[in-house]
Design a binder for this molecule. Sequence first.
Ligand SMILES: Nc1ncnc2c1ncn2[C@@H]1O[C@H](COP(=O)(O)OP(=O)(O)O)[C@@H](O)[C@H]1O
Ligand SMILES: Cc1ncc(C[n+]2csc(CCOP(=O)(O)OP(=O)(O)O)c2C)c(N)n1
Ligand SMILES: [Mg+2]
Ligand SMILES: [Mg+2]
Ligand SMILES: [Mg+2]
Length: 329
Amino acid sequence: MPAIDVAGEFETIQRLLKPLAHPEWARGLADDVAVLPSRPGHDLVLTKDAIVEGVHFLPDDPLDTVAQKLLRVNLSDLAAKGAEPFGYLLACHWSERCGWPEREAFVSGLRRDQAIFDISLLGGDTVKTPGPASFSATMMGWAPSGAAVSRAGARPGDLLFVTGTIGDGWLGLQAAQATLTLEPERRDALEAAYRTPMPRVEFAPVVLGLATASADVSDGLLADAGHIAEASGVGIEIDLEVLPMSAAAQAWFDGRVDPQAALELLASGGDDYEILLTAPAGAENALRREAERRHLRLTRVGRVTAGQGLSVRYHGQEITPTRTGWTHD
Ligand SMILES: Nc1ncnc2c1ncn2[C@@H]1O[C@H](COP(=O)(O)OP(=O)(O)O)[C@@H](O)[C@H]1O
Ligand SMILES: Cc1ncc(C[n+]2csc(CCOP(=O)(O)OP(=O)(O)O)c2C)c(N)n1
Ligand SMILES: [Mg+2]
Ligand SMILES: [Mg+2]
Ligand SMILES: [Mg+2]
């Protein structure tokens, strides 16, 4: 047996990852595949997002939170569809900096979030790369047959809502890069939002029951609202001045001289992992009740129109934002 600190492929799989594997379906991470029983009356809902050092996380980010961010960005996509997650396939592309202690840290992050979100590891792939580290997960969940919510169901007259607060992830990145001057507790809160966003998994059943269309906010609130508008063939109006902010974001905002420019930055920064959804006006009370029950903030940020594409407003005036969100060119 190799020494325990050898960060090899098979040591990583058998010593580190196998304890996280599903007890039946993952075949002990010692076969070529995972085999899952189907669930009658349900659709299997699948999503895959990768995260790359220097693109999605910082080169000196601790690997336990990198692992958590990987799972959470994927859980966020499933939650926006109303699906309940159960497990994932994991690809690890380890860089030179990923020795045994770093791999142990990564796995401790996976273990923590597996417990929080009640999911298990089903299989994956492990390789070494001479380039920056990257990871991807294929997250799987169940939704009642035919019920998974799409980006395409928004109808004129619907209202637009977003969970939680917007801009903390983007501000957290600025804080981590030392380009923000804020009190230490504010910085910590924002950096935590960047490194370990909280996917709105508990809101998935509400999305399933009440949303006409939904997406998670990864690229930026404006960009992702635009994705819903495009997929649904409708117009979406967003009111910038009602953007929900955390206390830390509000403290940053209060120090800006140009509030409109500041709101544009928050609404296009991305990394929010909140749920953006449309629902008929008649569903608003029920939505608010369900959000309150979960101690989750829910803000009406706009409306769906018979037009086309995104229209951004600031105190009732249409404006042209300099950008709407992140794209990988
Ligand atoms: N390389 C790829 N191969 C197949 N489908 C892809 C690929 N990249 C993205 N997609 C699909 O394109 C759609 C939009 O992707 P993306 O913008 O990453 O969505 P999200 O914001 O939900 O993660 C999704 O349906 C996704 O599965
Ligand atoms: C080091 C670093 N720089 C920039 C960002 C900002 N950022 C990178 S990708 C991205 C958008 C979300 O990632 P993407 O791969 O597009 O996820 P998806 O839309 O597929 O869910 C954002 C806001 C970041 N998270 N980390
Ligand atoms: Mg994606
Ligand atoms: Mg995504
Ligand atoms: Mg994206």
